[in-house]
Design a protein around this ligand. Structure first.
Ligand code: ZN
Length: 340
């Protein structure tokens, strides 16, 4: 294989990963950075590599494994070249990428592309709501909710305070987000309602003790918050007057989310919305900043290094157990035996 410098742009990435050996070596270095390949099934370190088939034989469990075993790509007939290009695209596209667009770019069907994108979103989720807590002593955070769905448009804040998930908002999906201004990290998740219990529980789950949390004037944040946090209720009309006390950072995040939902994804079922939120959170939390410089290649590597231990089956996504034609290659002949 030709020696090429590591890709920095999409164009370089496509050329780089088009060579199966290069794609394989790159994926291998991300999965086992120290070079010690261990069996994904039994963790044994003793194995032999069968170069011609790009797979290993484990001496302990006597089974073969590929680079894809126990990753989000397991059982996928799609080659690493396409997977890695798809990771690059989704990790870096500011407004996301539609399955139609990805399908055309990779030469796979739209359904295949959709399934790939959902799996990649599952991988991006790692640094979302379920990971470590944010905030802490001396930290300032913003908590806010937004309503998504129907004709996606920005709700007037005053109106949604009263909504509590009822009335005109009953067809909307509610997303709650928390921003750590110091870390510049967001946690966001779909919540079933905007009751006091739901919203405050999410904050307790995601925010360290001793944080200052700013919210809007939603009644849901009254009572109880003070016991745990130094809480200051923001009244939107007073935000400018009161300086630091606002949720403008979260509102900025919501506008990014809604731009990709409106512009790229158009129709997202409520059932799937949380994955699109995870996708936006990943890009937001890994955006280029002075303290944490991140280039496209960095975001790609972060995403790819999270593929291990993730699974998302067709039935997880659709509730159906069969998976008719959900993954075929562009030519319509799925190479199931493809070793990687
Ligand atoms: Zn083994």
């Amino acid at each position: 294989m030709d020696r090429l410098p590591e890709p920095k742009t999409l164009q370089e990435a496509i050329a780089y990963f088009a060579d199966p050996d290069r794609a394989f070596e790159f994926a291998k270095s991300l999965r086992w950075p120290d070079g010690n390949v261990v069996c994904p099934r039994c963790n044994a370190a003793k194995n032999s590599f069968i170069k011609t088939r790009r797979l290993w034989f484990c001496y302990a469990c006597k089974r073969q494994f590929t680079i894809k075993v126990k990753t989000i790509m397991e059982d996928s007939p799609i080659g690493l070249d396409k997977w890695m290009t798809a990771f690059w695209l989704l990790a870096n596209a500011k407004n996301g990428i539609s399955s139609h667009e990805l399908g055309r770019s990779l030469g796979v069907t739209q359904t295949t592309a959709w399934f790939m994108l959902q799996r990649i979103r599952e991988v991006l989720k790692k640094h979302s709501f379920d990971s470590s807590k944010i905030g802490g002593e001396g930290s300032t955070l913003e908590a806010d909710e937004t309503f998504v769905g129907g004709n996606v448009k920005n709700m007037h804040k005053g109106k949604r305070v009263k909504a509590e998930g009822k009335g005109p908002y009953k067809n909307k999906t509610i997303v709650q987000g928390i921003l750590d201004r110091n870390l510049r990290q967001v946690r966001a998740t779909v919540v079933p309602n905007v009751t006091r219990e739901t919203l405050q529980n999410q904050i307790l789950k995601n925010v360290k003790y001793g944080s200052t949390v700013y919210t809007d004037n939603a009644v849901a944040y009254d009572n109880g918050m003070q016991r745990r946090f130094l809480h200051d209720v923001v009244n939107k009309t007073e935000a400018y007057v009161r300086g630091q006390v606002h949720v403008n950072g979260m509102e900025n995040f919501w506008s990014l989310l809604k731009r990709s939902l409106r512009g790229t994804y158009v129709a997202v079922e409520p059932f799937h919305l949380s994955r699109y939120v995870d996708e936006q959170v990943f890009r937001y939390n890994n955006r280029n900043a002075k303290q944490t410089p991140r280039k496209d290649a960095d975001r790609f590597k972060i995403a790819m290094s999270q593929v291990v231990g993730r699974r998302l089956t067709y039935s997880d996504l659709t509730g159906k157990s069969d998976s008719p034609h959900h993954e075929t290659t562009g030519t319509g002949t799925a190479e199931i035996s493809e070793p990687f």
